[in-house]
Design a protein around this ligand. Sequence first.
Ligand code: FEO
Length: 394
Amino acid sequence: MKNFMEISNSIKYLGVNDHTIDLFEGQYQVPNGMTYNSYLILDEKIAVLDTVDVRFTEEWLQNLKSALGSRQPDYLIVQHMEPDHSAGITVFAETYPDAAIIASAPAFTMMKQFLGTDFSHRRMIIKEGDALCLGKHSLSFLSAPMVHWPEVIVTYDSYEKILFSADAFGKFGALDVEEDWADEARRYYIGIVGKYGMQVQNLLKKAATVNIQTICPLHGPVLNENLEYYLHLYDIWSSYAVETGGVLIAYTSIYGHTKEAVLLLADKLREMGCPAVTVADLAREDMAKCVGDAFRYGKLVLATPTYNGGIFPFMREFLQQLTERNFQNRTVAFIENGSWALTAAKTMKSVLEPCKNLTFAENEVHIKSALNEESLAQLDALAIELCKDYSSKA
Ligand code: FEO
C-alpha cells in the first residue's frame, strides 16, 4: 500500500493526521485535529525533512519506508526541535545509522536536552546561507529564529522552488477535514507565533528574495496556488496591521447586565453600517479564537464587571494574552459595570499599559448594576464614535 502523498515526482509527503489529541501544545483546542508534516526529497542523495509527534513515529516510519522503497536516506534535516516535529529523530537515527543529522547549532543543543545525544559523530551543523546539493535539488538554509523557537531554520529548494517553512504558514486541523484556511491559520499563528511579529517579518523579507512556487509547512496543507494570499495574510498578521475592518466586542457578564449592554451595542453598530461585528463571551468561547479576532479587527470593545477589586477572571486572562502577543495599533473602547466599585475600565487600561499605539475611545460606558438612561446614552455615543469611519448614518 502506498501511504505517502506525491508533491512532485521527487518530493513526497510523509506526514500524519492526529485526531486523538485533546489540546495542542497542552492548551489549544483542535476540534478538527492536527497534522505533523514531514517531507522526503529523492535525488542522487536523499533527504528527509523533520519527523512527527511521538504518538505517530511508527506510522511516519512506515510512510518513509514505503516512499523510499529499497533506497536509504542520506540526511535528516531537523528544521525545528519542538517535540511535535522532533520525536522521530531517535528512531530515524537507529533505523538509518549511516544517515547524517543536519540542524543548526542551537538545535543540536536542544537535541542533547530532549534526546540525550547531539549525534556528534554523524551531525552536520548548518547556519544561514549554507547549502546542500542533493543532485538536481539544491537546498539552501535560512535561519528563522523565534518562528517559532530560536533554533529554527527553513529550507529553500531552488530546483522545484519550494520553501519548507517549518511552523510558518501552518494551521490547526488535520488534512482529512475541510475547513477555511485563514480562520485556523490565524488562530494558530496569533496563538503560537503572534508575539514574534518582527522575526516573522524578517523571515518574509528573506523569502521575498527567492522565487517560491510551493510552501511546505510543518502543519496543515501544502500551499501551491495563490501564494500571494497566504503571504499577504502573514504580512498583515506579523506587522500587527488590521486584517478586517470592524469591531470585536469581548465581554464577561455575571448576571447578564453587561451582556445586555454588549448585545445592544452590537445591534447599534450593525445598524450604523459597521462592516463586521463579532461578539465573544470570554467565559464560554475558545480563548485562542477570541485572541485571534482581537488581532483581526481594527477595533476592540472590552466589557466587564468589577470582580474582587479587579476585573472578571476571563477578561484578565484575555488581556494578558493580548499583551503577551504585542497587541498594538488598535482602537480600544471600554464598558464597565460595578454595583459599588466602578473601576473596571481603569483596571483594563492599566493591564493594557505595555501595548504600543492603542487609541482609547473617548466615550466610555459606565453601568451601575444595570443599564439606565445615562448609560444607554453613553452606549449611543460610543456606537457613533466607533462607526464614524464606516457609516454615513453615524
Ligand atoms: Fe509545530 Fe513549534 O512546533
